[in-house]
Design a protein around this ligand. Structure first.
Ligand code: GLN
Ligand code: ZN
Length: 762
């Protein structure tokens, strides 16, 4: 049985690519150093895969920044504004043009903005969105794909499998930059260039090409379906003798199963981790000769594969189509997993024995094939690890499970409905019209970061660290009082990150040393691992919040991260539904909310910026997700009395199609990001007659630019056109952690002035 791999992490085991590209961007090294670093990473990746016994080893899965941007360069989809990058500076070549598109270009008297970036399906990876014009032309521009094939051929001594984004998916990922056309209609112009590329690859000695078409597993309209049929028919006609594999992942083919199986290609890859139930339908419809690549090893998580489960899928397929027509593979590219578990020396060995990173996952693919060939020892070793996880005391805490099982609908309900709570809170707080507040964090200066670094290295004692954090907090409070804000925050100086801070204080979480996953370009994140039942051994924020409240007569807002966001930004357990894990976190947050109330905190914000990004890829699954996600938030918030005001905060979200569920969260106040869209996002709230209070961001915190009072007044006027003035709060779009103090001070002074002007008008 052939072993197939779809793609491999490419930043390097020690983030070598990050270092090499950042040095190049800073002008500290030249192109040759950058290219050499990239070559080394590719060679190492290929060797690791060869040693693991992978038969179809991918190439062109490497990227200096992003594989969608690579595709745009390959196809000559280069927006005109980048032309001067090459013409103005003779030292620049393709790689500089490429980075200019990714990061913008502010040099040589030019000031060109970067291309837009957005999330890759439901992952935390961001790709660069292709820009299409009405008469978009395509031609082979970058030769990277051919160079990479040759490098792979020379390294491996045999042809690697070239990975390309398929033509239909490429178009669907892009954006129409003008009116009057539909991007999918560009397929007629695009297919001939794909054919040129495939023919050229074949002339170089290519045997297999993988065309990634994840959109085949999503909701498709008729035009997109027709584009699939058309594109692959043309490609097949022109490229006889080349083995083509269409790769789908992240979802089930569902109603597109007949379409996917009708494409005239040699192999189809399906994701059997996300959608194991699709195998039966695929097997019942599979045409003669089509090879199936079975994605049985999870490419989206860090857990050891359950061989029994994978083997049963593999055996079903073998029984239906025979060994020769089955390949074993990870579910998707391993890009979304960290590099190598062997580098983690500090993880509890019992837990480590349940985990697998990219390198270990290759080995799992290999072991599965060895077990099929009769190796029973490997199966027994896996069984032992999996069953120890099923019963481990490190994971399973009866009291946590019982508490989740005992959750009732009443646990998700506040004492009184919002209208009554609002009256009680208004009487108690006596806030002015258009009350002002901020979203939580104040600038995390180098000084603050260094305190944490020093504490970690043991150069500061906990006591010294706390003293410094206390100073920073008090300074921030005095400063907010001077500026005249109504509801203050403590500034979050003690927090490294809004998820990590809580993960470190909750039971059931662990942190890796080197578990980096690419987020975009050279940016990597190191998500926490939720391995066990989650509980809260002690208060997490009460100390700093009540310290802050004790230092002011104004209202001090407590600041927590919500259960869905904590789940969404972590590697999550795969041995129970996500909803159960979320409820465990929700109960822990609920206890913290109640503890804050008991400590005298009257306003508590529970941040949920990731609720929207958790939406399933298929619309049919939205309702189920929203039901449990919203309920988890409600559980976290509902333990308090009517006079305690619960805020929530969401940034980079669109609310149109989920507004009913946002209202269902039943927060007393929601603060959202709206300034860049000029309050457009508020329309959904207005149309829905959103019942509670809203703080539409009036100040874009993503740039150092200081907004004027007039600008913010006019945004508030817009907001008051759409919503009752008595429900409107005044605040920035998000936390101020990435800003510097000088600009923050002027901006917030202007913001408070704008609120005062608005109070005069209304
Ligand atoms: N309270 C957090 C902060 O102010 C919220 C961050 C976020 O929404 N991403 O930093
Ligand atoms: Zn935010």
């Amino acid at each position: 049985m052939l072993k197939n791999n779809l793609g491999y992490p490419r930043v390097g085991a020690h983030r070598e690519l990050k270092k090499a590209s950042e040095q190049y961007w800073a002008g500290k090294t030249g192109k040759q150093e950058l290219f050499a670093a990239a070559r080394d990473i590719r060679r190492q990746n290929w060797q690791v895969q060869q040693e693991a016994g992978i038969d179809l080893i991918p190439c062109n899965d490497f990227s200096y920044y992003d594989q969608v941007l690579d595709t745009s360069l390959m196809l000559g989809v280069i927006p005109q504004r980048y032309t001067p990058v090459l013409s103005k500076n003779p030292d620049n070549n393709e790689i500089d043009l490429y980075f200019a598109m990714a990061r913008g270009y502010q040099k040589d008297g030019l000031d060109i903005t970067a291309m837009e970036m957005t999330k890759w399906f439901d992952t935390n990876y961001h790709y660069i969105v292709p820009e299409f014009t009405a008469n978009q032309q395509f031609k082979i521009f970058s030769e990277k794909v051919f160079e990479e094939f040759t490098l792979g051929l020379n390294t491996l001594g045999k042809a690697p499998k070239t990975v390309l984004i398929g033509p239909v998916t490429y178009l669907l990922l892009g954006k129409e930059k003008e009116q009057g056309f539909e991007k999918i209609d560009l397929i007629k112009n695009l297919v001939p260039v794909y054919i040129d590329i495939l023919k050229k690859l074949k002339s170089y000695g290519a045997e297999w090409v993988q065309l990634d078409e994840p959109f085949l597993a999503l909701d498709l309209n008729q035009k997109a379906k027709d584009a699939y049929t058309y594109a692959y028919k043309e490609i097949r006609k022109a490229c006889a003798g080349l083995n083509l594999m269409v790769a789908t992942y992240f979802e089930s083919l569902h109603e597109n199963t007949p379409l996917a199986l009708s494409l005239p290609v040699n192999a189809l890859h399906i994701d059997l981790v996300r959608a194991p139930q699709q195998l039966d339908k695929v097997l019942s419809l599979v045409p003669d000769n089509l090879i199936l690549s079975l994605g049985v090893v999870d490419g989206r998580n860090i857990w050891k594969n359950d061989y029994i489960r994978s083997l049963s899928l593999i055996k079903n397929a073998v029984a239906a189509v025979g060994t020769d027509r089955v390949m074993i593979a990870p579910s998707c590219s391993l890009l979304h997993t960290p590099f190598d578990l062997d580098l983690e020396t500090a993880i509890n060995p019992e837990i480590k024995n349940w985990m697998a990173f990219a390198k270990q996952k290759l080995n799992e693919v290999n072991e599965l094939s060895l077990i099929i060939d009769g190796n029973n020892d490997l199966l027994q070793a896996n069984l032992k690890a999996i069953s120890s996880r099923n019963v481990s005391k490190l994971i399973h805490r009866q009291e946590v499970k019982q508490r989740v099982a005992a959750i009732t609908n009443a646990d998700a309900d506040r004492v009184s409905p919002f209208a009554e709570r609002q009256k009680i809170q208004q009487q108690a707080f006596k806030l002015p019209l258009f009350p002002t507040t901020t979203i939580g964090s104040f600038p995390q200066t180098d000084d603050i970061r260094q305190l944490r670094a020093k504490l970690k290295k043991g150069e500061l004692t906990q006591e010294q660290y706390d003293t410094e954090i206390a100073h920073a907090t008090i300074d921030a409070i005095r400063w907010q009082e001077e500026v005249g804000l109504d509801v203050l925050v403590h500034g979050e100086f003690e927090r490294n990150d809004m998820v990590e801070y809580f993960g470190e204080l909750l039971d059931g979480f662990l942190f890796t040393k080197n578990g980096w996953v690419q987020s975009y370009g050279s940016r990597c994140v190191k998500p926490p691992v939720i391995y066990g039942d989650v509980s809260r051994p002690a208060d997490m924020t009460v100390k700093w919040t009540s310290f802050a409240q004790a230092n002011t007569d104004k209202l001090m807002k407590g600041m927590l991260t919500g259960p869905v966001t904590i789940l969404q930004w972590s590697f999550v357990r795969d041995d129970q539904p996500r909803s159960v894990t979320t409820n465990q976190i929700a109960l822990a947050i609920r206890d913290e909310v109640v503890a804050l109330e008991q400590a005298g905190i009257k306003v508590i914000q529970i941040d949920e910026p990731a609720i929207r990004e958790g939406l399933p890829l298929r619309k049919a699954d939205w309702a189920t997700y929203l039901d449990w996600a919203v309920k988890a938030f409600r559980i976290s918030a509902a333990g308090v009395q009517d006079e305690t005001q619960i805020h929530t905060h969401m940034c980079y979200s669109e609310f149109n199609d989920i507004i009913k569920h946002i209202a269902d969260m039943d927060a007393d106040v929601i603060t959202i990001e709206t300034s860049r869209s000029q309050m457009e996002l508020l329309e959904a709230f207005a149309d829905f007659k959103y019942p509670a209070e809203i703080g539409p961001g009036v100040y874009d915190i993503h740039s150092p630019r200081v907004p004027t009072t007039e600008e913010m007044v006019s945004l508030l006027e817009k907001a008051a056109d759409l919503l009752p003035a008595g429900n409107i709060w005044v605040n920035p779009d998000c936390g101020l952690k990435t800003r510097k103090w000088p600009e923050t001070k002027i901006a917030l002074q202007n913001m408070v002035a704008a609120a005062k002007v608005a109070r005069e008008i209304f």
